[in-house]
Design a binder for this molecule. Structure first.
Ligand code: NA7
Length: 544
């Protein structure tokens, strides 16, 4: 849109018209805005929150922090930004990450193009005008040639409909909607439902200063040490000098972390040597124990059992009460087939006298009452109930909006039997819609900003290509979409992920189609495929 026509619109009552609308001002939406502005496009971002940050804006529960090394998480496109920002810890906490993103937004003057407190309700494709019509919950409407969703992987909170939930008289919140203020729990009886990565961080922090904490766990998880620590001055200098090398390393590894799989099998070494390797990895920071381990731990059940048993042994060593230790010990799924919770004293939290673990498999919740949580065995009085019950991952944030393509087809209907995308970036029948960090995209199994940057750059290059070739419409073919789905399923069928109930599989949401929602081939392979499609003139797309 020219600046003249933009100006004409400024004084009219008709909906604003932009070249592109982006939904979401998290780390990917912000970068997408930056890139499209670089192309000279008029862009509007709609953001549901009152500030930038996405995941880091919403998730403010006690203990929220990175599982990526801080310096591998920040933007890689700006050497100046990297140089100016000092991460204080190897795995920084939520407030610092939010500050970083706010700082980036200011540095690149992004705020002027972002409309806050604007949750998108509808996005309908107007076939005649070749425009997307986007409407927010408060009725603001805008049109654009391109629509780009940057709504994140884990942004549609899931709260189970437990009987009596609305009867509870105390304070109650999902971890993604916690209070935006410090909370004093020192004299409170707190109930936490859930034992995933979020709960593991939350419980560890809350346990330090709480009246009474009761954890309601359905499935025990394999948790491994985060091994976090502050970054000292010398490290800060070294880190800054090595950003180039570090980001290049992240481009090459499976999950875009610093860690990458060992090409050896777990059985290429003796039992004794394997134990030494596991012990060394256990003491390393971050995901080394998972993503830096023997490659076959995620594909061969026998290899997996060696690592699973190692973690079980660690749990037994750290939890004083053998009954509690057994409850915390996973026996129903393979290690690493869920995103592994990283912990900093989680198991020791259960050694405190005021922390209790309730096993919901043997004593399920019957109902929530006005004063607490009642299992089939007894009532647990609570002043606060925290739902650490996860998200309708990957697809939920998209299907909760009313997105309709060219024939009026609703995305949620098209995806009723699981998502269908091409490269995780486009959907047949939804022209000029790009889904950054979408379904069947490597970004769902990734150090998100690294994969998100790849997505954003690919989309930006595609939009530039269209402009250069006077093209106005791009849509994936059904054949390309089907081939991509089959490829995604084939890749994951060679792993152990499919057998585990997790958000990766959509299996955490009652009624949701069970299907691996990401791309299990890793970032380098994914990037290769995306680049090959572009190099072949956007093969698998119809461009007009
Ligand atoms: P997760 O990993 O999906 O964990 C959700 C937890 O909530 C998990 O322990 C669930 O038990 C539990 N849950 C869900 N519904 C219920 C009901 N109805 N009753 C009891 N317990 C329930 O989400 P997180 O937020 O912890 O982590 C998501 C990602 O954020 C994580 O992978 C990191 O990347 C960061 P279940 O296992 O289903 O038995």
């Amino acid at each position: 849109m020219s600046s003249a026509s933009r100006a004409a619109h400024a004084n009219s009552t008709a909906p604003d018209i932009f070249d592109a609308i982006i939904i979401g001002a998290g780390i990917c939406g912000m970068y997408q805005l930056y890139r499209l502005r670089e192309l000279g496009l008029a862009v509007r971002v709609f953001e549901a929150g009152s500030g930038v940050g996405g995941t880091w804006y919403w998730n403010r529960y006690p203990g929220a922090r990175f599982d990526s090394e801080s310096y591998t998480y920040g933007y890689s496109f700006s050497a100046s930004l990297a140089e100016q920002w000092d991460w204080s810890e190897h795995f920084s906490a939520q407030p610092e990450t939010l500050r970083y993103l706010e700082f980036a937004a200011q540095q690149f003057d992004l705020l002027k193009d972002i409309q806050f407190n604007a949750r998108v309700a509808q996005a309908h494709y107007d076939k005649q005008a070749k425009q997307w019509i986007v409407t927010t919950h408060s009725g603001v409407q805008a049109r654009a040639h391109y629509l780009i969703t940057a709504v994140g992987v884990l942004s549609a909170p899931y709260t189970p409909s437990i009987s009596g939930r609305d009867e509870f008289q105390g304070e109650s919140w999902h971890t993604a909607h916690g209070p935006h203020r410090a909370i004093d729990l020192s004299d409170k009886r707190v109930g936490v439902i859930g034992a995933g990565a979020t709960a593991v961080q939350l419980i560890t922090e809350v346990a330090k200063n709480v009246g009474q904490l009761t954890v309601f766990q359905r499935t025990a998880n394999f948790c491994i040490p985060l091994n976090n620590r502050p970054i000292n001055t010398h490290e800060q200098t070294t880190l800054k000098a090595s950003y180039g090398v570090m980001f290049e390393r992240c481009r090459q590894t499976f999950g875009a972390f610093l860690h990458d799989f060992d090409p050896r099998s777990a059985f290429d070494v003796s039992d004794q040597e394997r134990e030494i390797i596991y012990e060394r990895l256990w003491n390393e920071p971050g995901f080394g124990f998972w993503l830096g381990n023997f490659h076959d731990i995620v594909s061969d059940p026998r290899a997996n059992e060696t690592i699973a048993e190692f973690v079980r042994k660690k749990i037994r060593q750290r939890v004083n009460d053998p009954v509690v230790a057994e409850r915390l010990t996973p026996r129903d799924h393979c290690f690493g087939t869920k995103r592994v919770p990283l912990e900093s004293g989680y198991y020791e939290a259960y050694n405190r006298p005021n922390v209790e673990l309730v096993d919901l498999k043997s004593t399920p919740i019957e109902q929530i009452t006005a004063t607490g949580i009642k299992t089939v065995e007894r009532q647990y009085p609570c002043d606060i109930i925290i739902f650490a019950t996860g998200f309708d991952a990957v697809t939920g944030a998209l299907t909760r909006m009313d997105i309709r393509g060219e024939e009026g087809i609703a995305l949620k209907d098209k995806w009723a039997d699981g998502p269908r995308t091409y490269l995780g970036l486009q959907i047949a029948g939804f022209p000029n819609l790009f889904t950054v960090v979408g379904a069947h995209n490597a970004a769902n199994f990734c150090n998100v900003p690294r994969c998100g940057e790849q997505n954003v750059e690919w989309v930006s290059d595609c939009i530039r290509y269209m402009g250069e070739h006077q093209l106005t419409r791009i849509t994936a073919t059904v054949d390309a979409e089907e081939a991509w789905r089959a490829h995604c399923e084939d890749v994951v069928s060679h792993t152990l992920f499919g057998a585990t109930d997790s958000w990766f599989m959509g299996a955490n949401i009652p009624g949701k189609k069970r299907m691996f929602l990401g791309y299990g081939g890793g970032l380098p392979r994914y990037r290769e495929k995306c680049d090959a499609v572009a190099a072949a003139g956007y093969q698998g797309f119809i461009l007009e």
